[in-house]
Ligand binder design. Structure first.
Ligand code: SF4
Length: 102
């Protein structure tokens, strides 16, 4: 059972609340996600991430988190989720996702 979406989030277009889980090994980003990150300046050509407001320590932690993405139907590393166009917010260990098809 998925939990009810708060009215405020619903109005902002949130369709899913997805639990963030810990993983032992970080899930690789897809090439598409990498290309998008590079295009938006959040990743350099060497593949190093530079996300505004996210410290290296946080990055390290986020690499070991994942979500079961309801849009892609697969597990996605939290970093990829965080920079996804559907990402709305992270609250209490859950991603608020807008769920638009890619
Ligand atoms: S924000 Fe993007 S990656 Fe994260 S759960 Fe939603 S669609 Fe999937």
């Amino acid at each position: 059972m998925s939990e009810p979406i708060p009215e405020e989030a619903k109005q902002a277009g949130v369709k899913y609340i997805v639990p963030i889980t810990g993983v032992e090994k970080s899930i690789k980003m897809t090439d598409t996600a990498k290309a998008e990150l590079q295009a938006s300046g959040m990743m350099d050509e060497k593949g190093k991430l530079k996300i505004k407001g996210v410290s290296p320590k946080m990055l390290k932690r986020m690499k070991l988190e994942a979500v079961d993405c309801p849009v892609l139907g697969t597990s996605v590393g939290f970093l990829q989720c965080y920079v996804c166009k559907n990402f709305f917010s992270r609250t209490m260990g859950k991603t608020y996702c807008k769920g638009e098809p890619f």
